[in-house]
Design a protein around this ligand. Structure first.
Ligand code: HEM
Ligand SMILES: *[C@@H]1O[C@H](CO)[C@@H](O)[C@H](O)[C@H]1NC(C)=O
Ligand SMILES: *[C@@H]1O[C@H](CO)[C@@H](O)[C@H](O)[C@H]1NC(C)=O
Ligand SMILES: *[C@@H]1O[C@H](CO)[C@@H](O)[C@H](O)[C@H]1NC(C)=O
Ligand SMILES: *[C@@H]1O[C@H](CO)[C@@H](O)[C@H](O)[C@H]1NC(C)=O
Ligand SMILES: *[C@@H]1O[C@H](CO)[C@@H](O)[C@H](O)[C@H]1NC(C)=O
Ligand SMILES: *[C@@H]1O[C@H](CO)[C@@H](O)[C@H](O)[C@H]1NC(C)=O
Ligand SMILES: *[C@@H]1O[C@H](CO)[C@@H](O)[C@H](O)[C@H]1NC(C)=O
Ligand SMILES: *[C@@H]1O[C@H](CO)[C@@H](O)[C@H](O)[C@H]1NC(C)=O
Ligand SMILES: *[C@@H]1O[C@H](CO)[C@@H](O)[C@H](O)[C@H]1NC(C)=O
Ligand SMILES: *[C@@H]1O[C@H](CO)[C@@H](O)[C@H](O)[C@H]1NC(C)=O
Length: 526
């Protein structure tokens, strides 16, 4: 990340103050959304949209923002149906959704959804990250959209339609005429019209790859170029008059709104509000969370499994850093200790069993994370050997800054990090991981050896739709003779496809139902 680019952006950022989504572990939705938004990791979306990356003669961000608009454009305020619900997946064959960018965007989003995070949240996130990645403001992001299971109405506005149709279309979407002008100017600050997809608009006399505004950056040049008549936007000045929809809309109130948007502060404030409203437009049956903020102390990557006479418990405590430099110098003083207590009987001292972290590494924050004042995340990795007989019921952490201030107890807001059961456990050591999928091994504490073990697997794609629609499969596990009983557990296994996004294990042992969510089938680092 280039600091030179970042600093002016940080200065223009206006913090949105309001209530934030409350995070209590475990929360697979907020956990994942926090990662996707704030961490600069190759598996997260912000890496693709970073620095307004160009692609297909436009930018990745422009493709994502248009996708969000088209998905939203099926909303109907009168019925409360449609909106940001990923119904676009079922609407790609319509002429109103023509364009290479749609399929490209979905391919970008393929690996992101899980059983808990819908494609609709990812499409909305694409809009947020596209704006920030192209130098615009950081919009608040709310989570919890639910994916549609079928197409919505064919109601995306098209350039050859007249002004009255557009006013009516936006009214149905919940945006009045002033707001329509604003949202259009914000949306068409990115990208352009492709000749390959719109040959009747981008006529042969025009250069290939004409854009809505000159630079590939999210700012209000589109407004200035409109007002001073220097625009090259084909939806304003193209030779086909019937498709000059931007011109018709921009001028529809005597330029009052466009003149107001000529101030870049007004433009950024209004775009923040309008695009946020666009992506937060969901079916009336859906309730979104409050905006997702960075989790200061976050427990991640927990695993519990039997191994050679004890239960191994792995956990990571992620702590935010808010300084650019010298983080390395400041860290060694801080101690981070994990504590835990027994599930059965007594074994630990009164204060709890404890261990120090064995490894410390870090990742950079994303640009969106930088806007929220976080520069990097420190990962304190713990590995505890838990007594098999007394097991573990809950854990917590003590962070001592060693600077004279009192140590901090991190205990999930007083509720402790609770391990709900030790009967059904994903065993990462006995599982094997290959390119084509994995052989998933599950440890079951079951004296009878007749447990019914299955996994509900969320998979990417279906025979009908090549996109990660929220389809699922149930896999049944069988006792695995290659892993003889050990440490009081019996081992069951089943092959899991590499298209699996996540698995929820289920077992009934002695009449009692147990489940465990396994987010990612990867081998642990230790
Ligand atoms: C009357 C309303 C609108 C019409 C008729 C319209 C029409 C179009 C057309 C024809 C394209 C070219 C697509 C391509 O070549 O792939 C386009 C691109 C785009 N539109 Fe709109 N649009 C409208 C409103 C909006 C709104 C409200 C937004 C977002 C808030 C938006 C965002 C975009 C973006 C980002 C692109 C660039 C895509 C790229 O470069 O790949 N549009 N629009
Ligand atoms: C995915 O499907 C499961 C099972 O049908 C459902 O419980 C869950 O809410 C769905 N997730 C999303 C994000 O739509
Ligand atoms: C649209 O609504 C905004 C408030 O969000 C208001 O300021 C504006 O005057 C309205 N415009 C029209 C044309 O009703
Ligand atoms: C938009 O950004 C570009 C590139 O930094 C700059 O040349 C242009 O002047 C900006 N437009 C406005 C209206 O600030
Ligand atoms: C609005 O601005 C456009 C572009 O500068 C100009 O052609 C048009 O005459 C203006 N309309 C009004 C009513 O001022
Ligand atoms: C202009 O666009 C409209 C709508 O797409 C189309 O029907 C018409 O044929 C086009 N006109 C010319 C001259 O290309
Ligand atoms: C148990 O220990 C043996 C020898 O120390 C080692 O080879 C084996 O991989 C260990 N098993 C597990 C499940 O950790
Ligand atoms: C665990 O319990 C078993 C049976 O009660 C006992 O034989 C064994 O010694 C205990 N192990 C430990 C480490 O306390
Ligand atoms: C870390 O500890 C050393 C030695 O006690 C002390 O000199 C230094 O100021 C401490 N650093 C911080 C950031 O508190
Ligand atoms: C010690 O460090 C903590 C965490 O970084 C900070 O909140 C606190 O203000 C510091 N205390 C002193 C006395 O510097
Ligand atoms: C959390 O754990 C501590 C230590 O075992 C215990 O004293 C406390 O009662 C627990 N709190 C809750 C809410 O369970």
């Amino acid at each position: 990340m280039l600091l030179s680019r970042l600093i002016p952006l940080v200065c223009s950022w206006q913090l949105v103050v309001g209530s934030a989504a409350v995070y209590n572990w475990p929360d697979p939705l907020l956990d994942n959304i926090d990662d996707q938004l704030h961490v600069d990791r190759f598996t997260t979306l912000n890496v693709l949209s970073r620095d307004c990356a160009t692609r297909d003669g436009t930018t990745v961000g422009a493709q994502w923002l248009r996708m969000a608009f088209h998905d939203f454009a099926t909303h109907d305020i009168y019925t409360g149906k449609g909106g940001l619900d990923a119904s676009i997946i079922f609407e790609l064959d319509r002429s109103q959704n023509i364009g290479l960018g749609m399929r490209r965007s979905l391919v970008d989003f393929l690996g992101a959804p899980t059983e808990y995070v819908g494609m609709a949240d990812i499409i909305a996130m694409g809009a947020v990250l596209s704006v920030v990645g192209c130098g615009g403001p950081a919009l608040p992001f709310r989570a919890g959209r639910i994916d549609a299971t079928k197409a919505g109405p064919e109601t995306v506005p098209e350039p050859q339609q007249d002004l009255d149709s557009h006013i009516a279309a936006f009214k149905r979407l919940g945006f009045n005429k002033t707001e329509m002008i604003g949202l259009l100017a914000c949306g068409h600050a990115l990208g352009g019209v492709r000749q390959a997809d719109f040959p009747l608009i981008v006529t042969p006399d025009l250069p290939v790859g004409v854009t809505f505004q000159v630079p590939f950056i999210f700012n209000n040049s589109i407004v200035h170029e409109y007002l001073d008549s220097t625009t090259i936007n084909v939806l304003e000045v193209g030779s086909n008059i019937s498709t000059r929809s931007d011109l018709r809309i921009f001028s529809s109130d005597g330029n009052v709104t466009m003149n107001r948007l000529a101030s870049s502060d007004v433009f950024n404030t209004e775009c923040t509000n309008l695009i946020r409203r666009m992506i937060d437009t969901v079916p009336s049956t859906v309730t979104l969370t409050d905006p997702v903020e960075i989790i200061d102390y976050k427990v991640q990557a927990t695993m519990l499994f039997p191994s050679n006479g004890s239960l191994v418990f792995l956990a990571t405590m992620r702590i935010v850093q808010d300084i650019f430099i010298a983080a390395e110098l400041l860290r060694p003083n801080r101690t981070v200790t994990m504590f835990w207590k027994e599930r059965y009987g007594t074994f630990c001292p009164e204060k709890g069993c404890s261990t120090e972290y064995f490894e410390l590494d870090f990742e950079s924050a994303s640009l969106y994370g930088f806007f929220k004042g976080v520069t990097q995340f420190d990962y304190h990795r713990f590995r505890a050997e838990i007594d098999l007989n007394t097991s573990i019921s809950h854990f917590w952490f003590e962070v001592d800054p060693k600077n004279g201030s009192a140590p901090l107890i991190i205990d999930n807001h007083g509720a402790n990090y609770t391990i709900d059961q030790d009967v059904l456990l994903f065993d990462p050591r006995r599982s094997s991981f290959t390119k084509g999928g994995s052989n998933m091994v599950v440890a079951v504490k079951d004296p009878s050896g007749h447990a019914a073990v299955s996994a509900f697997t969320t998979i990417s794609g279906s025979p009908l739709i090549p996109w990660p629609v929220n389809t699922s499969a149930t896999t049944h596990f069988a006792l695995d003779p290659s892993h003889p009983p050990a440490d009081g557990y019996k081992f069951y296994s089943a092959p899991i496809s590499d298209r699996a996004l996540s698995n929820t294990l289920h077992a009934t042992v002695s009449g009692k139902a147990y489940s465990q969510w396994v987010p990612l089938l990867t081998a642990p680092g230790v």
